[in-house]
Ligand binder design. Structure first.
Ligand code: NAP
Length: 277
């Protein structure tokens, strides 16, 4: 019997942030499994290598989540070209590092708009046709930060906790239908993420410096993105809604297990120790 492939169930996919990091690894995994992928970047040139390597199977889409109307328009045009998406992966995102009080509120709000509200808008656009067809999978890339907030990244933590809450809500709503919701919570992976983190306030203090150093060290020593793509592949092949915690053992398995039996206070103390703040 032939080995199961993601394309046995999902023939077309839309992946945001396909140019690098986790999104690129998800895209490569889907293409290797025979799925046609429409992948996005804010700069089409960053997708050229994928277009050249997979002619007619990878389709480049310009999409900036900063502009909700334009992003929805880009999604609708791609959906029409694809004849509908069986799979939508909301992956694009970025970090913002600084104290809550020291960061301009407009900048803080912007991250919530881009990574929570506009990502929810794409989820909304993706889910309607899936429910009408009674099949498809919506994957929202959250983070273990939804469970273990990162110091000095309050807006990011809210985006991921909110996205996870949306995913949990949708799992209840779609139960009994043919639609699958995956709440993917990666730990630290070695991607361009830490290089792309914005530090708009320019604040400096020993506590911020120590938290940044711990964060940078964890990101740089994390597993490669292909590890997360393999976890997503396994979850897609199971074809049921689920939470997918993925990353090194301590973050994705031991941490959540310990916290389940400890108190919130213990959780906070472990986080403070982990980040040396
Ligand atoms: N790496 C980790 O350890 C980790 C852990 C937990 C969760 N995550 C989550 O995983 C996702 C991918 O992160 P990554 O580590 O792969 O980061 P990355 O290497 O920095 O890649 C980020 C991707 O998002 C796109 N992007 C960024 N801002 C965007 C915007 N305003 N509009 C549209 N696209 C935008 C980028 O595309 P262009 O620059 O080409 O436009 C790029 O393709 C994010 O949601 C992140 O929060 C990552």
């Amino acid at each position: 019997m032939a080995a199961a492939r993601v394309s046995d169930h999902y023939r077309t996919a839309f992946v945001t942030g396909a140019s690098t990091g986790l999104g690129l690894a998800f895209t490569a995994m889907l293409l290797a499994d025979g799925v046609q992928v429409w992948g996005t970047s804010r700069e089409l040139a960053r997708l050229e290598p994928l277009v050249r390597a997979h002619p007619g199977r990878f389709h480049a889409v310009a999409l900036d989540l900063g502009d909700e109307a334009a992003a929805l328009g880009a999604f609708a045009a791609a959906e029409q070209a694809a004849g509908g998406f069986d799979l939508v992966v909301n992956n694009a995102g970025f970090g913002l590092f600084g104290t809550f009080a020291g960061t301009a509120f407009a900048e803080w709000r912007r991250q919530l708009e881009v990574m929570l509200v506009h990502t929810a808008a794409l989820s909304h656009a993706a889910l309607r046709p899936m429910l009408a067809r009674n099949r498809g999978a919506l994957v929202n890339i959250s983070s273990l930060a939804a469970e273990f907030p990162l110091p000095f990244q309050s807006a990011y933590n809210i985006c991921k906790a909110g996205l996870t809450a949306l995913n949990e809500s949708l799992m209840l709503e779609v139960s009994g239908t043919g639609v699958v919701i995956l709440d993917v919570r990666p730990g630290d992976y070695r991607t361009d993420f830490e290089g792309a983190v914005r530090r708009p306030s320019g604040e400096a203090s020993p506590r911020l410096a120590r938290a940044w150093a711990a964060f940078e060290k964890m990101m740089r020593s994390g597993p490669p993105p292909a590890h997360a793509a393999a976890a997503l592949r396994r979850a897609l092949l199971r074809r049921r809604s689920a939470t997918v915690r993925t990353g090194r053992f301590f973050q994705a398995v031991a941490g959540p297990f310990l916290v389940r039996f400890g108190s919130l206070d213990l959780n906070r103390r472990i986080q403070a120790r982990y980040f040396d703040v």
